[in-house]
Design a protein around this ligand. Structure first.
Ligand code: KG4
Ligand code: ZN
Length: 379
């Protein structure tokens, strides 16, 4: 069974064709086979504005998709696939609509049903792009951390999901992006923060690990952003740039209850920070975000005893998170039941959408004129 998957929910245009064992083949030991996969990222374009401009994102998707589809047609034949999978939620509405409209057209022209996929489910299954799908044992617990979402998801069966924790404000990836912006580092912020942090082994700064004491599985990252902002304001209003080259003890930057408003706006102000101080703040912020994600994952695993733990989403590319999660969780569950996606499948791609669409069968089969596009998740 061949599935053509289209991903356009944000700033990556992806198309993949995967071959799966026919449904009902039990036990399904077959690994999905990637027959075709292309991905085009708009990151360089959006880096110029330090964030995504939605209209530009949609425009680029609509320019690239026809070229990719011609390639699929030449290699596989558009009429030779069995289903058209498409990310129908959540994401930037305009971007989703571009992918969904191409999918509707293909479905109509070739008389192939559409499989509607929630992007979060794509991330949930992204570790299994190259693995036999029966490696997923239920109940499975997933930590999905991307630019738009942060959720702990409990799957009790293939199509039965419950969100047991989410973010109360910013998503984890958004926190990385916002901290990077405050430090005047490049977009997207996650890789920039981890590269800056990797230059040092320790930091004199310490930010509070968010939601450590809350008695639930929720996250919150807006307070961390405020701590970083106040720290930057404090340093830049007190120090000359030459002086900030030298590390100061954490205590010397303790939050001042009455921090006076700073006239110049960040991140211009943060240009005055030395690279060393940027690394130190990046290190401390990354530690706080990762610790919060790992601690909540650990508590949820202790409570729900999943047979499989799954990490997914762009933030899953973070090396510190990957390492800490395995170290902590392997104390309470077998290491080979913890699944972390290959780096290239952690961030947005179409192969993961194909896997999620296969796992969602037959519930997700949709006629071309019944497909609903939504900027928010239906989970
Ligand atoms: O899943 P994704 O590609 O797109 C969304 O669905 O949002 O995730 C993008 C997010 C961005 O916020 C980016 O900063 C973050 O993933 N990210 C990282 C890393 N690589 C990407 N965050 C932390 N560390 C990384 N290495
Ligand atoms: Zn994503």
């Amino acid at each position: 069974m061949k599935i053509l998957a289209i991903e356009t929910s944000c700033d990556e245009t992806g198309i993949a064709v995967l071959e799966f064992a026919p449904l009902g083949t039990e036990p399904n030991l077959n690994k999905p086979k990637i027959l075709f996969s292309v991905l085009s990222s708009q990151v360089d374009i959006h880096a110029k504005t330090a964030g995504i401009v939605p209209e530009i994102a949609s425009r680029i998707h609509s320019e690239i998709l026809p070229h990719f589809l011609i390639q699929v047609d030449q290699k596989i034949g558009l009429g030779n696939v069995d289903y058209i999978a498409t990310t129908s939620s959540p994401g930037l509405l305009g971007s989703l609509l571009v992918g969904n409209n191409f999918s509707r057209m293909l479905s109509f022209l070739y008389n192939k049903p559409i499989l509607a996929v929630d992007h979060i489910m794509g991330h949930f299954y992204s570790s299994f792009v190259k693995l036999p799908l029966n490696k997923i044992e239920f109940p499975a617990l997933g930590l999905i951390v991307s630019g738009g979402h942060t959720a702990l998801i409990l799957a009790t069966a293939k199509n039965k999901f419950k969100i047991i924790g989410g973010t109360r404000d910013d998503a984890a990836g958004e926190a990385f992006d916002k901290v990077a912006r405050l430090l005047n580092l490049s977009y997207p912020g996650g890789p920039a923060i981890s590269q800056a942090a990797a230059k040092i082994k320790n930091s004199p700064f310490k930010f509070t690990t968010p939601m450590l004491k809350s008695n639930d599985f929720d996250f919150s990252f807006s307070g961390l952003k405020t701590q970083v902002r106040q720290t930057v304001e404090k340093i830049t209003s007190n120090c000359h740039p030459e002086q900030s080259e030298e590390a100061q003890p954490a205590s010397s930057y303790k939050m001042d209850k009455k921090i006076r408003p700073v006239k110049s706006s960040l991140p211009e102000e943060s240009m005055r920070l030395s690279n060393m101080v940027k690394s130190q703040i990046a290190f401390a912020a990354q530690t706080a975000i990762v610790d919060s994600l790992v601690k909540k994952s650990f508590s949820a695993t202790t409570k729900y005893h999943p047979k499989t733990f799954i990490l997914g989403g762009g933030v899953a590319a973070n090396q510190l998170l990957r390492e800490k999660l395995i170290t902590e969780l392997s104390v309470i569950m077998p290491k080979n039941k913890i699944f972390i996606p290959e780096l290239k499948y952690a961030t947005d791609n179409a192969a993961m959408i194909a896997i999620a669409s296969y796992m969602g069968l037959p519930k997700n089969i949709t006629a071309w004129d019944k497909l609903e596009t939504s900027s928010s998740s239906n989970l």
